[in-house]
Design a protein. Structure first.
Length: 197
């Protein structure tokens, strides 16, 4: 059974972010204006401008909310031993963060060219690199580094690329997590003789 996203705070600032994200997903970031966001909210552009000066300000506010669990995960992971169990737990927690923030991550997936040029695009790139660093060994061979990066991309695929495929969203997320864990476990192996200590 798929989990239902938690309702977001009812304040004006949050309503603006929710409506803007819907419009960005429907029309694309570049094709959405502040005027359209104000109209959808049934407020004046001046009222919208009181809270956010630009579309990028709105997007950064959304990103800050959605990014908190990932920042917490990075901080937690940095303080843990680099065991396979820790790496699996990082993947489990990341999977849950992706699920909770799926509307935002879907927006990012569908607006990659635009996001790449915004500050949040650079921040997200660094978050992915930081996560890969937590699940790979510091001196991992290149193939194992690729496995760890691919593990995160498999989880993204579970949320985005597979969303139109038949099946329960939770089952797809769990399948993507299973593949990610397998890739990281393979990267964690010492070699043909078995897993690392």
């Amino acid at each position: 059974m798929a989990s239902t996203p938690q309702p977001r705070r009812g304040n004006t600032r949050q309503r603006i972010q929710d409506v803007a994200l819907d419009l960005f997903a429907e029309q694309g970031y570049d094709k959405t204006s502040l005027r359209e966001i104000a109209e959808r909210l049934d407020v004046t552009k001046a009222a919208l401008y009181y809270h956010f000066k630009t579309k990028e300000d709105i997007l950064e506010g959304i990103f800050e909310d959605m990014n908190r669990p990932i920042e917490e995960l990075l901080a937690w992971g940095a303080g843990q031993p680099r065991t396979l169990e820790t790496k699996k737990e990082i993947l489990v927690r990341y999977s849950k963060a992706l699920e909770a923030a799926s509307p935002f991550f879907r927006f990012m997936q569908e607006n990659q060219a635009t996001v790449r040029d915004l500050r949040i695009g650079h921040t997200m790139k660094h978050r992915v690199i930081a996560l890969v660093d937590l699940i790979k060994d510091p001196d991992a061979p290149l193939a194992d580094q690729v496995r760890c990066f691919t593990a995160l991309m498999a989880m993204h695929a579970g949320v985005f690329a597979l969303r139109d495929a038949e099946g329960d969203p939770e089952e797809k997320r769990e399948a993507a997590l299973e593949v990610a864990v397998e890739l990281v476990a393979k990267a964690h192996e010492e070699g043909p003789d078995g897993p690392a200590a």
